[in-house]
Design a protein around this ligand. Structure first.
Ligand code: HEC
Ligand code: HEC
Length: 221
């Protein structure tokens, strides 16, 4: 083989290698962006074995200490489960919780996706508003916010009927009022640190306003 011919062979070979590499390169992100389909049946088995005692087998928790998970956006549920875990190098979770943090730590990410898909597929049994005296105040904050204190309308992100907006904004309609008020309080006190917008909003609400808007949201559907 003379030098010129060797060069052509070499060039062809490296062109071919580069083309194949880029074809594989192009195929890889497409595969990566199509995550494994959630397995609702496996999720249901985890729910029945681990979560049902507190959140109900169908995601309708029996009392306000435990949030309802039925019908919630699955991406939001996965985010919360992730936020309950301590993710090194951080030394605390973004949403530390004595009960949920160890439970979340025991779940693999596929378990989280599956159990979230299961609870998202269940039907919410909505709570009712309980406090007629504060409905008007709650509705005012929900629909219009509190302009002079820079509190935006809750409806802007959580929807006029409290259904939320997938994938970022959770549904609040029909959730227990006590749970919603507790979470607003947790955002305000810094016990829950996984949402800068919610921490800011809650820091501008009084206790009475939190209770009123939580009660109004519980009655939405
Ligand atoms: C022993 C009771 C208990 C068990 C068992 C339990 N949870 Fe929880 N869960 C709680 C409590 C209490 C909270 C509220 C924590 C807070 O106030 O931040 C919660 C909150 C959550 C939230 C946040 C909901 C929201 O609206 O932000 C998710 C998601 C969740 N749990 C999923 C699960 C899953 C999935 C399982 C089973 C693998 C499970 N939990 C098992 C008690 C429990
Ligand atoms: C700019 C958008 C935005 C506005 C406006 C907003 N929220 Fe939120 N809210 C969020 C997001 C995002 C989350 C989820 C945070 C997370 O990822 O944990 C959230 C979460 C919450 C939660 C926790 C739900 C749960 O299941 O734990 C409560 C309660 C809540 N918001 C109440 C309110 C109230 C009441 C208002 C009006 C005063 C309001 N939000 C206005 C974006 C918003």
């Amino acid at each position: 083989m003379n030098r010129a011919k060797a060069l052509i062979v070499f060039t062809c070979a490296s062109f071919l290698a580069a083309t194949m590499a880029s074809a594989q390169g192009a195929a890889a992100p497409a595969e990566a962006s199509a995550p494994a389909k959630p397995d609702v049946q496996k999720g249901g088995a985890i729910a029945a074995a681990v979560c049902a005692a507190c959140h109900g087998v169908d995601g309708n928790a029996s009392g306000p200490t435990f949030p309802k998970l039925a019908g919630q956006h699955p991406e939001y549920l996965v985010k919360q489960l992730t936020n309950f875990k301590v993710v090194p190098p951080a030394t605390t979770a973004e949403r530390p919780n004595a009960i949920m943090s160890p439970i979340a730590a025991a779940l693999a990410s596929a378990d989280m996706v599956n159990v979230a898909a299961y609870y998202a597929s269940q039907k919410l049994k909505p709570a009712d508003a309980k406090s007629p005296q504060t409905i008007a105040l709650g509705q005012k904050i929900w629909r219009g916010g509190i302009t002079e204190r820079g509190v935006p309308a809750c409806a802007a992100c959580h929807g006029p009927n409290g259904a939320g907006i997938p994938i970022q904004y959770p549904a609040l309609g029909g959730q227990w009022q006590d749970y919603l008020a507790t979470e607003l309080d947790n955002f305000k006190s810094g016990a829950r640190m996984n949402s800068v917008p919610m921490q800011t909003i809650a820091s501008r609400l009084s206790d009475a306003e939190m209770k009123a808007v939580a009660d109004y949201a519980a009655g939405l559907r």
